[in-house]
Design a protein around this ligand. Structure first.
Ligand SMILES: *Cc1c(COP(=O)(O)O)cnc(C)c1O
Length: 236
């Protein structure tokens, strides 16, 4: 195993950036409407620094420990996104470090975030993770559960619901995921139409390396790209 070199990292970023621009153009959207999160999980902080030097400010991690390890040794204006499944006992470590928690998938988790955010006197921005495809192996709520949960969360004073997140299936052809992204967008419209206090649906976090262009065409405001920028991940 080895990490890709600096030049390759820079080239990958340029390529992803070009594809994001093209997808925005195809769908009549402005480039500024879409935020690229570079998903740096399992990758060293040197690589994060290289991308930072190229202008990237948003990074995604799926483990609280990795945010805690990397944040102190990297520039302070980096925005760390918690994109992975979050256990309740890890909430207290991350509420004041993540700019956005993408993976809220239960009332119990939201209650824990509310409790810890209250202690820090913070209002924590979150997304609701919806398992649109209904895959057994994935975290996330059903659409119905999400609709019910937003009503409850509108009463939480230390949580600000900003939108929705989904992880689409790993498919051969990204077009297969178009209906999933379309569905998440539609769910956000359904929620907006309910006019619930304190609930915003400005953020749609959807699309990864294999399907971010399709996700942008369907309305993604955040795409989470790991492999496409950093190269293959090695575990263990
Ligand atoms: C790892 C991960 C990504 C990035 O996946 P790639 O296919 O490498 O782009 C995006 N979102 C979440 C939630 C992840 O855990």
């Amino acid at each position: 195993m080895s990490f890709i070199d600096e030049k390759e990292l820079q080239d990958n970023l340029k390529e992803v950036e070009a594809k994001i621009c093209a997808a925005c153009e195809r769908s009549g959207r402005k480039r500024e409407e879409v935020t690229l999160i570079a998903v740096s999980k399992t990758k060293p902080s040197e690589m994060v620094q290289t991308l930072y030097n190229e202008g990237v400010r948003d990074f995604g991690e799926n483990k609280v420990q990795e945010i805690i390890a990397k944040a102190p040794i990297l520039p302070k204006d980096i925005k760390w996104h918690m994109i992975g499944h979050l256990q309740r006992n890890k909430v207290k470590q991350v509420v004041d470090k993540a700019c956005l928690i993408h993976s809220v998938d239960s009332l119990r988790l939201a209650e824990e975030i509310e409790k810890e955010a209250d202690k820090h006197n913070l209002v924590v921005p979150i997304l609701l993770e919806v398992n649109i495809a209904g895959e057994e192996s994935k975290f996330g709520m059903t659409k119905k559960e999400a609709l019910d949960l937003v009503v409850l969360l509108s009463q939480f004073r230390h949580i600000a619901v900003k939108g929705l997140m989904t992880i689409a299936p790993n498919v051969e052809n990204s077009e297969e995921n178009r209906p999933i992204f379309h569905d998440l967008k539609q769910l956000s419209v359904d929620i907006i139409n309910k006019n619930i206090d304190n609930i915003s649906m400005d953020v749609l976090s959807m699309g990864m390396t294999n399907d971010y262009e399709v996700a942008i065409e369907e309305g993604a405001t955040i795409v989470r790209v790991g492999t496409g920028i950093f190269g293959t991940r090695y575990y263990g």
